[in-house]
Design a protein around this ligand. Sequence first.
Ligand SMILES: Cc1ncc(COP(=O)(O)O)c(C=O)c1O
Length: 419
Amino acid sequence: MINTRLKSLIPSATLRINEYSNHLEEQGKTIYKLGFGQSPFPVPQSMVNALKERAHEKAYLPVRGLYQLREIVAKYYQRTQRLSVKAENILISPGSKMYLFIAQLAHEGDLLLPAPSWVSYAPQAKIIGKKCHWLNTTEANSWQLMPDDLEDFCKKNPQPKMLLLNYPNNPTGVTYTAAQLKVLAQVARKYQIIILSDEIYGELHHDNQHVSIAQYYPEGTIIYSGLSKWAGAGGWRVGTTLVPHELKDLRNTMATIASETFTTVSSPIQYGSIAAFEDTTDLDNYRHAARKILKHVGNFTYQSLQNMNITTPRPEGGFYSFINFEAHRKNLAQKNIVDSVSLSNQLLEETGIALLPSIDFGRQAEELLFRMAFVDFDGEKALNAVLNTYSAKPLDDNFLKNYTPKIVIAMEKLAEWLN
Ligand SMILES: Cc1ncc(COP(=O)(O)O)c(C=O)c1O
């Protein structure tokens, strides 16, 4: 017998699209993987070397994480966000996903999610049996949560709450300015909302201007990050969680749940991860190059989409755009395309372009909204080109043609298909 609460968990549309595109690829079709959100860049060499040196480590490490790793993560937050945090504030887990789940489990309150939000938060709430409230956002406001909407909700719903705020955002590619975060922080403080601040794309802010809301609401913000995105190390499974001392009871409960479930992250991986937080020129150059590439490719796809009358905010961080085919609704209806799932299926069949329907991100099925990822290219080659050939000059069209050819072709194919 399956737990009735879990019976309604269905495989996501994302998974089905991925399976279908794998199937088409096996049949020899070229697939433009604009649905998949995996970092294209190689793991920085200093991390790989550190991991090799520690392959022999075999002991269980503390549940909350290796002390030296927690310490260097705390220093990283002191340096980059001017937060007064110590090693004690930091928890290490197998991916940030784990403590996103555990924090929801450990806290009594409801979960507030801006729509759209990343695919896993709502299913996590469902698994736990936590009530989840979607807060609407609009295209006019670049799909961002407006403080007034948060305040309206809080006035009507006095129960304890956690707000999931993810920026730079998956799926929209947009982030909040410091001024916007300040206002959201005021509302959160007024209503004592705990903010789960998912900043996993923070290091991939295209202009290196990432600011954490913890600067304005340190006592109520839990910051999530890790090595999966900026360091291309999703498979290492390393997540970092910063819990302020004001929430130490919650932190203790979270660590207890960890001790009874995943125990700790693998020892060689934790030792290897220390290298990711060192303040070195090589890592700065690596991150600078990755941002330069993502900004250039993001601007190119943004401009191409504008030319096709597909609306989208300009990406500001990470590697996604949230794109809207609404202007094409009438023409698409003639092909029997009336919702995001039918559009993504037909587009994939006819052009090989894979996009993710926004239904998995908390939007309505009939909206013609999609997440597009612009990472279907060889990140290692692109990174080396930027570190060598392009180190002192701006990226150009030749760079796109030589290093991100599938993205260029995908934009041409999409324009042809719409015509
Ligand atoms: C917004 C967001 N948060 C969290 C995660 C989870 O990352 P990990 O568990 O690898 O740290 C992802 C991964 O896709 C993500 O896109």
